[in-house]
Design a protein around this ligand. Structure first.
Ligand code: AKB
Length: 332
């Protein structure tokens, strides 16, 4: 059983001139750093520029090109695209669900105005544009088990509303102007080396850190709250494969992707297999619980599997084993 570093390598033999020049906006709580690493392996270190409004860590700064950029500053964004000959734009800047409810004006600015800016700059400079969406783009009136690509979307968080807006605007720019807009709806993403970023699915990252450090974890969602989830390596590989997918293979511009679906008590059971003294307790956060109760329990990603060959490699046992051994080896 071996996970390919990069599957479906459409770009493996591209000459330097044909390689994309990629700008990643924001680190999206560390996802951007992981994606930059993968894309640099594929397209060369200098062809992938990471950007943020915040100063990066020394490690990120020295791992490849990094520049300051603010997605709310259209002129500066355009300057970067021109000066660095950007051809792909990966727009990771976003305020996540729980933080968005605590700061609606910030979420509106970053998640709506920011998306308008990247759409316009991508159109103006003929870029391939990737904007992630999320399970949060669905709401209580959507079918929840499973949730298909196309169904009612009436989310009740500013995060979800802004993501539906991004999906629709991107598709509008595609149909109206031919913009090569691509969007994947991510489930909760689980990664050992990124900090939780104010999301509702954060518990599924924190549990591993606390289990290793303290042997116990206090969960802010109810034991039976089922949500779709994915290990970061699968998510980043999906993003690369989707960006490389030939245009004629795409029957849509927005796809669900999924790997597994679990609830806190099932995750805790799996952790217990590795740490027999592990204990989980529950102290429910009503805001996060209400959000989770309105989201999909399971995600139907059959169109992504059919159209561009999406497949996941990490299931729940594999995920738990990987997270515990990664965090364990870094905490010694
Ligand atoms: C969040 O919980 O807000 C995010 C997401 C599912 O989009 N992780």
């Amino acid at each position: 059983w071996q996970i390919p570093a990069v599957a479906n390598c459409h770009s493996a033999f591209l000459s330097e001139a044909d390689r994309p020049r990629i700008l990643i906006t924001d680190k999206l709580w560390g996802l951007g750093v992981g994606l930059a690493k993968l894309l640099r392996k594929q397209f060369g270190k200098d062809n992938v520029i990471l950007s943020d409004i915040k100063k990066p860590s020394e490690q990120v700064f020295h791992s490849g090109p990094f520049i300051h950029s603010d997605v709310l500053d259209y002129k500066h964004l355009r300057e970067i695209v021109v000066n660095h000959r950007i051809t792909w734009l990966i727009h990771y800047s976003a305020v996540l669900s729980a933080v968005g409810e605590a700061n609606v004006p910030l979420a509106k600015a970053v998640n709506i105005t920011g998306v308008h800016n990247v759409l316009d700059v991508a159109l103006e400079h003929n870029l391939r544009l990737f904007v992630p969406s999320t399970i949060g783009a669905f709401g209580p009136t959507s079918p929840r088990d499973p949730t298909p690509d196309l169904c009612i979307q009436r989310p009740r968080t500013i995060y979800g509303v802004s993501k539906v807006h991004a999906e629709l605007m991107g598709e509008y720019y595609y149909h109206r102007y031919g913009l090569d807009f691509r969007c994947l709806r991510y489930p909760g993403i689980i990664s050992a080396d990124s900090e939780p970023g104010g999301g509702t699915t954060d518990y599924a990252v924190q549990i591993f850190h606390d289990a290793i450090k303290n042997g116990k974890f206090e969960c802010n969602l109810k034991p039976s709250t089922r949500l779709p989830m994915m290990y970061i390596d699968d998510c980043l590989r999906a993003t690369l494969e989707f960006m490389e997918a030939p245009i004629e293979s795409l029957s849509s511009r927005t796809y669900n992707i999924n790997a597994m679906s679990f609830c806190p008590e099932e995750l805790a059971q799996e952790v217990l297999k590795h740490i027999p003294e592990f204990q989980i307790t529950y102290n429910v956060d009503s805001v996060r619980q209400a959000i989770a109760d309105s989201w999909p329990m399971n995600f139907d990603d059959s169109n992504a599997r059919k159209d561009w060959g999406w497949k996941h490699y990490f299931d729940l046992p594999q995920l738990v084993m990987t997270m515990l051994s990664f965090i364990g080896s870094h905490s010694r």
